[in-house]
Write a protein that binds this ligand. Structure first.
Ligand code: MN
Length: 231
């Protein structure tokens, strides 16, 4: 099952169960926290663009640490543990102040990476097509111009972060970058495409050549997934 679907079901079933029974202990038993979903492909599936070792460490250590630390931040807070992480990020203003930054960092890290894995696929894909292509062309001029802009935004992101194509609350596309693990969901934007520009995403293969990584990334893009997110 795809991670996003799994997260949705997990949150929905926990909330639905609580609504039916109304009993806190049973509700708590459902809220067992966030899980690191399996990758939607093998570790070597994105070779040679993203090497096997990077995938193993990126998913198995970096992403896992975000999940573990998100569970620690919400320890004992069953009402939060029951929610899908994307929902929590949309409601970040409601998160208790004492753990808010930990949730921004680790909830953002969990969400961003879950989306990232699914925004890529073995062998890449033709596209975009349909409504997404029309929106990209009308907003940026062409797909190539969008790619150049996302690359430029990724190159000028000093330190660690992400370069994004997002859908604004009005439905309009825009491209920008965020620092650290800041999620576009926190400001009402829906991720359509996102490229991790933390050094851990590319350093083993590309060393300091972030531009080469960004140029190669489009060879593994999953346009079908982007179209689903845009719809
Ligand atoms: Mn990363």
């Amino acid at each position: 099952m795809k991670p996003s679907r799994r997260l949705f079901l997990k949150g929905a079933s926990a909330l639905g169960f609580a609504a039916v029974t109304g009993t806190q202990p049973l509700f708590a038993a459902q809220a067992d926290g966030f899980e690191l979903a399996k990758l939607p492909y093998a570790f070597d599936a994105l070779e040679p663009v993203i090497d096997t070792k990077t995938m193993e460490i990126h998913w198995g250590r970096h992403h896992k640490a975000y999940v573990d630390n998100l569970n620690k931040a919400f320890a004992g807070k069953v009402e939060w543990l029951a929610k899908p992480v994307d929902q929590i990020l949309k409601e970040i203003g409601e998160v208790p102040a004492a753990i808010k930054q930990a949730v921004i960092n680790n909830g953002g890290g969990h969400s961003n990476h879950t989306h990232f894995w699914n925004m890529m696929k073995a062998g890449g894909s033709e596209g975009p097509t349909g409504n997404l292509k029309e929106a990209i062309v009308s907003t940026f001029g062409s797909v190539e111009k969008l790619q150049a802009l996302m690359t430029s935004n990724g190159m000028t992101r000093f330190g660690s972060g992400w370069t994004w194509l997002v859908k604004d609350p009005t439905g309009k596309l825009s491209a920008y970058s965020t620092a650290n693990q800041d999620s576009p969901l926190m400001v009402g934007r829906t991720p359509i495409l996102g490229i991790d520009v933390w050094e851990h995403a590319y350093y083993l293969k590309y060393q300091n050549k972030r531009a080469d990584y960004l140029a190669a990334w489009w060879k593994v893009v999953n346009w079908k997934r982007a179209e689903e997110l845009f719809a």
